[in-house]
Ligand binder design. Structure first.
Ligand code: SF4
Ligand code: SF4
Ligand code: FES
Length: 365
């Protein structure tokens, strides 16, 4: 008989959960869900080695374990710290953690432009949400901010390095998902930047996934940039038989009416991709006929895009039908097809300048 695995008992914000040894505090908190889950800007469960860069997930370990109940002397990164049996952790119940998180947000925003009104990521941006929830109103930073020119990384992706928070997610994605990685973090310290070597194109059949993993608007889809605000679009689950064996072919289409504005992978409540998709599905299949529509997508994320639910909505009754006693109203029509008045004598589109009364049949008026 298989030996039963011993689970560790952990308390996070006074809520108990049992998890397997080796689980991080962050994932234990995700097992509980809701507000006790620390924000994570760099950790990504689908990417090996991610985490430990941004410090937004800091928590306070108030009791180390049953065997050694001493608290940890400093706040720890919950995405990198594994639980011990009997451990007690404070996240939102610790004023110290909330204060530290505020400081982290201030750090992340030191060089960040916060140009959300013109940023494509707005509405689904982790940093925007974090700033609203934990940010200070002002900044104490007095020095010149570092800025970068926007760079086209090939035909489909644009890098706006000024917005990058150096989470390394895109680097791990390229490393672990594509055949060859062509970009990385160049330089160190406050000179660090995401870049390709001598501005190569990012050209790889899965490289578009860097757009989905980027928590901010640093990597954007050039085929969708500035075309619409994300909260005006309706996400719809759709799939196709993609001939790339590594692509799941299951996507979210972001539509307005019948128009597909962008194609993304489907994401879970933590903004993480459920299954990776190839660049053909993402960039080249923008016609609704390319897809089998499954139905409206429910967005579980804590973000403005989860507000616009339209499932089970009821179309309001049209009062005109009743007022007109069942007759169909003609609300939009060409006046000249309905009336003999002012019938033009020539094709008005062919005349130079505005129409003159001579261009109309006066005998009719
Ligand atoms: S990346 Fe996020 S926080 Fe930064 S400008 Fe864009 S929406 Fe705003
Ligand atoms: S470009 Fe985006 S994903 Fe890449 S390091 Fe910067 S913030 Fe992270
Ligand atoms: S999510 Fe833990 S350090 Fe970034």
């Amino acid at each position: 008989m298989a030996e039963e695995k011993k689970l560790f008992k952990v308390k996070i914000d006074n809520i108990s959960v049992e998890v397997e040894p080796g689980t991080t505090i962050l994932n234990a908190a995700r097992g509980i869900g809701g507000d006790v889950v620390p924000p994570a800007m760099c950790y990504y469960s689908k990417l090996q080695g991610s985490g430990g860069k941004c410090r937004t997930c800091l928590v306070k370990v108030t009791k180390g374990s049953e065997a050694d109940p001493r608290p940890m002397p400093k706040l720890v990164a919950s995405c990198r710290t594994t639980v011990m049996d009997g451990m007690e952790v404070a996240n939102i119940t610790s004023p110290e953690v909330l204060e530290a998180r505020k400081g982290i947000v201030e750090f992340l925003l030191i060089n960040h432009p916060l140009d959300c009104p013109v940023c494509d990521q707005a509405g689904e941006c982790d940093l925007q949400d974090l700033s609203y929830e934990h940010g200070a109103e002002g900044t104490r930073y007095e020095f010149k901010r570092r800025t970068f020119d926007k760079i086209d990384l090939g035909d489909h992706i644009q890098l706006h390095m000024t917005r990058c928070i150096l989470c390394y997610r895109c680097v791990f994605t390229a490393d672990q998902l594509t055949a060859s990685r062509e970009h990385g973090v160049l330089d160190r310290g406050d000179h660090s930047q995401i870049s390709t070597y001598i501005q190569n194109n990012l050209d790889n059949d899965f490289i578009g996934n860097v757009i989905d993993v980027c928590p901010v608007g640093a990597l954007t889809d050039k085929t969708a940039r500035f075309k619409n605000r994300v909260w005006f679009l309706k996400p719809v689950d759709a799939h196709r038989n993609c001939d790339n064996p590594k692509c799941c072919g299951k996507v979210a289409l972001w539509m307005r009416g019948d128009e597909v504005f962008r194609v993304t992978a489907r994401k879970d409540q933590y903004g993480e991709v459920e299954n990776w998709i190839c660049d053909t599905c993402r960039f080249e299949k923008k016609d609704v006929k390319d897809w089998t529509i499954e139905g409206p997508r429910k967005i579980d994320r804590h973000s403005v895009i989860s507000q616009g639910h339209y499932v089970n909505t009821v179309k309001p009754k049209d009062p005109l039908v009743e007022v007109l006693d069942g007759r169909q109203p003609k609300l939009l029509f060409d006046i000249h097809t309905q009336s003999e008045v002012n019938r033009p004598t020539i094709d008005l589109s062919k005349i130079d300048g505005p129409a003159h009364s001579d261009d109309f049949n006066k005998s009719q008026s």
